[in-house]
Structures are given as structure tokens and as C-alpha cells.
Design a protein around this ligand. Structure first.
Ligand code: 4NP
Length: 167
């Protein structure tokens, strides 16, 4: 499907701190969308449930591991805003159960909540659908594993958009 036939979709990735998983998903999706020529058709952003790291670049460990795969992570952390983000995005992808229940508490309506999906539901490798664990307190392998899962899920998201123009 070419860019003319992909209607504009707005995708937001959410994790706890917005310095590890969701900015990685944001950067990976930006590059993968650009590779398909869809950077104009998709709005892609990320945000955190918490506000501790607002304004910061992603964690240096995540930046390093992502750079080894060709992704330059330049997002500046911001906090999810329930008054605007539920309206500004069509789909909101969370990483784990905590993110999901946090957004459930923030949702104003059932329409808000219907937008929230587990990113890990789209994983086809590594044993199939699963949550994307927080690597923040982990080691190098945890960062690489999070990136493996996120790359797989983003490829699947883009394939679904290609075939159905929705998720
Ligand atoms: P993220 O990881 O949710 O993938 O960005 C975390 C980063 C920072 C913190 C927690 C999780 N923190 O508590 O500061």
C-alpha cells in the first residue's frame, strides 16, 4: 500500500519513565515508517506515566544499545497528559500491566480506554505475545531483549497497517 492509501494514524507509545522502552519504540517506529515511505502518514510520539525524567534524552544505556542497531534516540521525555493525549492519538501502546492499569485510571471515558493496547500483543517471535519488561534496573541483556521485542512488535504493527490500514 502506498502513502496515498494509508490514512493518517496517530500512535503514542507509553511506559513508566519515558526514558527506556517507549522512546525506543518511538525511534524504532520512526525509522521503520520512514523506510516504508510512511513518515508523513503516521504521527508517532511517546510519553511516560511518571514525570521524573521530563526533558531528558533516553537513558544512555538504551541509547547505546539502540545505536548499535542503527536507531538514533532523540526524544525528550514528557509526561502523559490525560487531557490531551487521549484525544491527540488513535492508539496508545503500553509496555506492561502497570502502564495499562495506570492508563485505565487516567482514562476519562470508555473510548479513551479502547485506544490502549499492549505493544507486546503484536510480538510474533520470542515465544509470542508478552509484556515488555522494564530494563531500567537490569543489565545489557535486558536492554537488548527489550529492543528485540519492540522491533518485532513494530514490524508487525506496520504490516497490519499495510494490510488493513488499522490495528
Ligand atoms: P521506562 O523505564 O519506563 O522503560 O522508561 C524506567 C525508567 C525510569 C524509571 C522507571 C522505569 N524510574 O523509576 O526512574
Amino acid at each position: 500500500m502506498d502513502i496515498q492509501t494509508v490514512s493518517k494514524l496517530r500512535l503514542l507509545f507509553v511506559c513508566l519513565g519515558n526514558i527506556c522502552r517507549s522512546p525506543a519504540a518511538d525511534g524504532i517506529m520512526h525509522l521503520k515508517a520512514a523506510e516504508r515511505g510512511w513518515d508523513e502518514a503516521l504521527t508517532i510520539d511517546s510519553a511516560g506515566i511518571g514525570g521524573w525524567h521530563v526533558g531528558q534524552l533516553p537513558d544512555s544505556r538504551m541509547r547505546k544499545h539502540a545505536a548499535q542497531r542503527g536507531y538514533d534516540l532523540v526524544h525528550r521525555a514528557r509526561q502523559f497528559d490525560k487531557e490531551t493525549d487521549f484525544d491527540r492519538f488513535d492508539y496508545i501502546f503500553v509496555m506492561d500491566e502497570q502502564n495499562y492499569s495506570d492508563l485505565r485510571s487516567l482514562a476519562r471515558t470508555s473510548d479513551d480506554m479502547d485506544k490502549v493496547r499492549y505493544l507486546g500483543n503484536y510480538i510474533t517471535h520470542f515465544g509470542g505475545p508478552q509484556v515488555i519488561p522494564d530494563p531500567y534496573y537490569g543489565g545489557p541483556r535486558d536492554f537488548d531483549f527489550a529492543l528485540d521485542l519492540i522491533e518485532n512488535a513494530c514490524d508487525q504493527l506496520l504490516d497490519r497497517i499495510a494490510h488493513h490500514n488499522r490495528l
